[in-house]
Design a protein around this ligand. Sequence first.
Ligand code: ADQ
Length: 489
Amino acid sequence: YEKQDARPSKQRLLVVANRLPVAAFRTGEDSWHLEISAGGLVSALLGVNEFETRWIGWAGVNVPDEAGQKSLAEALAEKRCIPVFLDEEVVHQYYNGYCNNILWPLFHYLGLPQEDRLATTRSFQSQFAAYKKANQMFADVVYANYKEGDVIWCHDYHLMFLPKCLKEYNSEMKVGWFLHTPFPSSEIHRTLPSRSELLRSVLAADLVGFHTYDYARHFVSACTRILGLEGTPEGVEDQGKLTRVAAFPIGIDSNRFIRALELPEVKEHIKELKERFAGRKVMLGVDRLDMIKGIPQKILAFEKFLEENPVWRDQVVLLQIAVPTRTDVPEYQKLTCQVHEIVGRINGRFGTLTTVPIHHLDRSLDFHALCALYAVTDVALVTSLRDGMNLVSYEFVACQAEKKGVLILSEFAGAAQSLGAGAILVNPWNVTEVAASIGYALTMPADEREKRHQHNFMHVTTHTSQEWAETFVSELNDTVVEAQLRTRQ
Ligand code: ADQ
């Protein structure tokens, strides 16, 4: 995004997300170290050249003093980023509380927190108030930087209140909102105390996007059943105003992965890994350490496979790379302990003096190391209990042109709808089924692997992140034009 051509003739795209694509670290009174955090959204939008992009979001750091805010804003401006300053209390209530403790689990079918009902209700109210306040703060920054004709693209469950705030400022703004998580069945959304207010706020957008048709359908059902509005094939209608709702499945920058495999450094790494695991099939899991990723279930299925197939015990290794996230949340700490306990038990049970069946790392890998790992893998295991899309499955496929390994994929990941014909789909809750699929994947004949891989590779290389972003933004532009024409008629 730094190198983008900034000709004034280009339409400006304001991308608003909870986090900026750079993390800021204070190194002095008014000096900052900025680190690019290349997540899926960043790489998706990096390739979009049609627009002049600006990012608006939180820099992940508390900056209480005005001088600090000013110097950080200046440093970020060079990266085309505009900061939203949230204080610690708002972050605690809005981000840790309402976003990560309420919306995230609910949207992944894990329900609302159930501890002490009264306490939950009280904290629920204050967390929702903080959520609205934070969304209003994002809206203020967007509004302060808005120029007529700009397209505003709001991202994810953190900012469901933003479309409404923006349209209250200026109903002419072109506002799109995209959800990266699943949108759950309306019966799940119905349990949320602020269910109606959130739906109405999202409906203020001109275009609402989801990864899959099912999520879009759930959203429309929630609007019809909870708000009593009319659902149409185009979206949701409220007193003559149509909010367009559609599926826009995200992809990856597949060429970035394919090109990386040609680098000498990555080739060297691949060679080392092949030597290290010679004589054994490599199975791989790469996930954020989150309950939605189904890591314990995956490892238990692997244990069952080893239990039932003694001949494989010294012929296969599972590499599970799990990046810790939200480490200050007790539930995530419990999950880490649980995973360590299961891995320890299995390695104790099936390991030898020289080898263990599971290598578990609690850390992130750099891009080149990740590409090398994807390339040497025989079987990738993605067993999310729910996942909006899951980009790891796409990244694995992009790196498998040579090996043509097998992807075992949860039917509850959005990616199952696009890679379903090439992957082995599983119900991650069914440990017996996953264990059997591991056996099937490890012994799959080469011609079947080739056929499955070709199907997935074709999809991953043609449905890229760039195409995703361009389709969404051009649909948003068209939607606004159509709405204007309708009002004039
Ligand atoms: P995530 O839940 O973060 O994203 P995912 O789509 O798999 O899940 O993306 C994770 C990204 O982080 C991938 O690019 C992956 O390479 C990287 N990553 C994960 N573990 C890593 C590790 N140990 N080391 C290095 N990199 C690692 C959310 C939704 C998804 C949705 C995306 C995009 O939950 O369902 O697909 O947004 O919309």
